[in-house]
Structure formats: structure tokens, C-alpha cells
Design a protein around this ligand. Structure first.
Ligand code: PEP
Ligand code: MN
Length: 270
């Protein structure tokens, strides 16, 4: 892996990436919120619930990559403005996805952290554009990508001058169909052997099943993950995207309590 000039662990110290008051790479960061921003009321009420459950950061998609062109595509700029109001209401920073180089400046103006989603992991023009900023990036693993390909994408961003990259394991495609994806938890300690960058996990997209999210969140803590990103909806049955994998605020609150307890225990024995 001679090409990973900036990403490789080598003799470097582990990197800590600040996003507002949140620090990736120290402590355990929990991000919660809906798959998509659907309305001001939905986003703000969810944000308040997620905060009272003990989350550190908000999520919500304003630009959505959907399998069908006829599915809800997100509220775009209006969604970004709603996310800014949710941040104001809670004091929590937010992460949101950018799909297109033409939207990077909008998204960067509003967001505290920019997500590059699984489908765009190898969109090299997008990676270069994001690399010209200093804005923290959440780089999801592509669903068909090896660890080396993923880390090379982080290298693209960093080689343009942006050192603030957090990696996110969100599951890969396998022959299994029971789960939406196969959450590759071995990626967490493997990436820690290869790179100094923080790595979080997404058990929501990684399993696609409500009942599996809490167990895989706890397993993520045990595997050494630096945090979680979890989808939460006040009424999952009515969610405009990813309704089968959204936790209710009360399920999320139970998850946060257990994850925090395990994270504390793991810190004590590391
Ligand atoms: C999302 O976070 O809603 C999303 C689309 O994630 P991924 O890119 O991992 O599928
Ligand atoms: Mn989603």
C-alpha cells in the first residue's frame, strides 16, 4: 500500500477530527437522525428527540441517492435550511450527503460535515472537489469496495489538501439476502491496522433491519469503532425513505444507553 502516503498509519499518531464540539477519534461519537429531511416539523422534532436520547450529532439527507428515479429525491436546498434550523434548536452539528460537484458549495455552506455516500465513494471528481475544502468529510465505504480501494479514496481527498476524513463502514454486498448488506465489522480493526483515520460504523444500512441494529451497534463498540450513525424516525411506517430500518426515538434512546455503558467498559479494559 505504497500509494497511501497520507492515509497510512505508519508511525503517525491517530488523528482526531473535530466537528463543532464533537471529536472523532476520541470518545465515542453517536450520530442520529432521519434518512431524509422530509419537513421542518419532522426534522426539528426528531433532532430534539435524538438529542435528549444522548446523541452527539444529527444526520439527515437533503440530496438522496435513490434506487428508483421516481422515489423521493430529497428537499435539496430547502432541506439544508431545515437542517440548519435543527442545529440551532439543539446545538448539535449535522452531517449531510452531497451527490454532485455542482452542489458542493451549497452543502459546505450549511453542513458541519459532508457525507460522501457509498454510491459515490469512487466519484473522483467529487472527491477532488471536497478535497479542496477544509470541511470534515464522512467517507462511506462503497458497497463493492475493498479496504484498499476505500482508503485510496480517502487519499484522494487528503492529497487535495483536506486532512479531515472520517471513514464509515456501512456494509458490503454479499450473497446473503436476509440483510440489506453485510456489515463488515472486521473492517474496523483492519482499518485501524492500516490507517490513522477514525472509523465509525453504520449498522442501519449495514443490516437494513430494525432488530439487528442494536446488537450490531454493540458489536461495533467491541470491535473498536469510533462511533455510530443511526437512522431515527418518529413514525417509521411513514418515512419517505428507508422506513424498514428506522428506529423510533425510544428504540434509539435504549440503544444509546447500552452503547454508552459498553463503550465505558471497553475503555476500562483497553
Ligand atoms: C444514507 O446515509 O442515507 C445513505 C444513502 O447511505 P449509503 O451511502 O451508505 O447507502
Ligand atoms: Mn438511508
Amino acid at each position: 500500500m505504497t500509494n497511501l502516503k497520507l492515509v497510512a498509519l505508519e508511525n503517525r499518531k491517530r488523528t482526531i477530527i473535530p466537528v463543532g464540539n464533537v471529536r472523532f477519534g476520541t470518545g465515542f461519537v453517536i450520530i442520529g437522525g432521519p434518512c431524509s429531511v422530509e419537513s421542518e416539523e419532522q426534522m426539528i422534532k426528531t433532532a430534539i428527540a435524538v438529542k435528549s436520547a444522548g446523541a452527539d450529532m444529527l444526520r439527515g439527507g437533503a440530496f438522496k441517492p435513490r434506487t428508483s428515479p421516481y422515489a423521493f429525491q430529497g428537499l435539496g436546498l430547502q432541506g439544508l435550511k431545515i437542517l440548519a434550523k435543527a442545529r440551532e434548536a439543539t446545538g448539535l452539528p449535522f452531517v449531510t450527503e452531497v451527490l454532485d460537484t455542482r452542489d458542493v458549495s451549497w452543502v459546505a455552506e450549511f453542513a458541519d460535515m459532508i457525507q460522501i455516500g457509498a454510491r459515490n465513494m469512487q466519484n473522483y471528481s467529487l472527491l477532488k472537489e471536497i478535497g479542496k475544502l477544509r470541511k470534515p468529510v464522512l467517507l462511506k465505504r462503497g458497497m463493492y469496495s475493498t479496504l484498499e480501494e476505500w482508503l485510496n479514496c480517502a487519499e484522494y481527498i487528503m492529497s487535495e489538501g483536506n486532512p479531515n476524513v472520517v471513514l464509515c463502514e456501512r456494509g458490503i454486498r454479499s450473497f446473503e439476502t436476509y440483510t440489506r448488506n453485510t456489515l463488515d465489522l472486521s473492517a474496523v480493526p483492519a482499518v485501524k491496522e492500516m490507517s490513522h483515520l477514525p472509523v465509525i460504523t453504520d449498522p442501519t444500512h449495514g443490516t437494513g433491519k430494525v432488530g439487528l441494529i442494536e446488537p450490531m451497534s454493540l458489536a461495533s463498540v467491541a470491535a473498536g469503532s469510533d462511533g455510530l450513525i443511526i437512522e431515527v424516525h418518529r413514525n417509521p411506517a411513514e418515512a419517505l425513505s428507508d422506513k424498514d430500518q428506522a428506529l423510533t426515538p425510544s428504540q434509539f434512546s435504549g440503544l444509546v444507553r447500552k452503547v454508552r455503558a459498553l463503550a465505558k467498559f471497553m475503555k476500562g479494559i483497553r
